[in-house]
Design a protein around this ligand. Sequence first.
Ligand code: BDR
Ligand code: CA
Length: 314
Amino acid sequence: TTKIIFDTDPGIDDAMALLFAHYSPEIDVVGITTVLGNASLDTVTRNALHICERFDISAPVHKGAAAPLLIAADEPPAFVHGDDGLGNINPDTPSVQHESASAAQFIVDKVVQHPHEITLVAVGRLTNLALALRLNPEITQLVKEVVIMGGALGTNEHTGNVTPVAEANIYGDPHAADIVLTANWPLTLVGLDVTMTCVMQQAQMRHLRDSAGAAGQFIWDISRHYEDYYHRTRGVKGFPVHDSCAVAYVLAPELFQVRSGAIRVVTEGISIGQTIMVPGGRLFPPGDWHNVPESQGCVGVNADALLQLYESVL
Ligand code: BDR
Ligand code: CA
């Protein structure tokens, strides 16, 4: 099994991805770290604890960043994820508490304790990972892998969802994202190029609701708001399962086509939050692109197989 730390801002698709990881026999969720994003830090942390309590997930929950590294925190997108971050189901206040150590400290400690065993799956803003790198840069050599839902590489029409060129998780803390994407560790970016093509349709949702027990019903309940948002704004029927794509990459990387290259993030101006990949092998003189380690970016996915995998795990 693969040990993962799930760094998240639940969030409807985050909640779906957490359940996907939890119910996958090949994944052991050893910790959950939270970051502001789809709702405030307190709200997303409450949501993570609620999901853990409701579905007997024993992983500790560590609270992370309440604001981006350098830019000001923005208003959470209640129009996408609801005021409560979970599609306005108004979850019970959990009776369990988050741990006292910060998300960044927990990430460092776990990675150091289990060298080459921990995969960081980050499906929110990258603030906690950047802070962990700042606490102990050696973790780059000690993680097994880093898998990130974020960004867009411009290989198809899905180039941005907050601006024409920026995806929400990267846009929310571009400075943190640039630190994480240019660190020298084995990293794969699962961006909009692939996640926007993994659209779960109503029929599959109904099937999950009717055959995947309490988790299936929960997923149905939280996703009504999300489905409506995508329908109203994009005319899509169904919705993309962004964060579950990162979990799917851990379980079945063969479902994805990847490209390697240096990836950086624009940190100012009208393109702020854009991810840019320079294909491997292209050499540049000293400057902003010099010595940026190569990462992988997903450029294609077998969406049907991915959605099928989600369904079979649940
Ligand atoms: C990402 O932004 C959030 O709204 C989702 O949870 C996902 O992580 C998609 O751009
Ligand atoms: Ca998310």
